[in-house]
Design a protein around this ligand. Sequence first.
Ligand code: HEM
Length: 223
Amino acid sequence: MTRTLWDSSLGKKTVMAVSGLIMLLYLVVHMIGNLKIFFGSGEFNHYAHWLRTMGEPFLHYEWALWIVRVVLVAAVVLHAVSAYQLSRRDIRARPAKYVHRKPRASYATRTMRWGGIILGLFIVWHILDLTTGTVHPGGFQSGHPYQNVIDTFSTWYGNTIYIVAMLALGLHVQHGFWSAAQTLGAGSATRDRVLKTIANALAAVLTLGFICVPVAVMTGVVS
Ligand code: HEM
């Protein structure tokens, strides 16, 4: 039963929708957390420390953070694997006799594929930059994310990578939220307008909420 569901296109779309919504929830929380940078280094670094002590004393140090990490990794893997399989299916299903006409996927589909690849690469870069410090410009200071964020957005390539990724994120969320709602059966003639408005609003809030951090560092509002 579970096997048949996973094998069906609807099953894979459902997995994409649910894992996408989990990541979306994380992004909203992450964006709000990032905005604490406007309250200064003390408050931002204190917040980052709290992420590690969350749930204590019931949970041990960093356990809650690790639970979130495991859920996120599972969501990313399930999302990417089902996206890949659905897109293979889509290519195979194209009629061979039209091969010379090169039938192309729709604009939305192509944007989602490229956006997904850009975001996947961005997440790897971002973790190596601000979590492990491996590719961080300057000396990465564990426990001092405020200074680390300033260092990243003091480089032209840091700003470019982040801003391009945030624009890709906006487009991905705008179409992705809408698709997820359709897959999960929330769409209807009367609700479609509302759903489109919610998708647009979510995409705009996330893009602007994330982008205002590098912009604030570039303009010296945060230093
Ligand atoms: C301007 C935009 C962003 C800024 C300033 C930012 C900032 C940060 C910082 C400072 C950390 C390290 C937190 C810590 O160690 O306490 C972090 C971790 C992380 N961020 Fe972002 N972030 C941004 C955008 C994003 C986006 C768009 C995504 C996802 C698409 C994302 C996903 C993550 C993930 C997965 C982690 C690792 C969490 C962990 O396991 O410790 N971030 N971010």
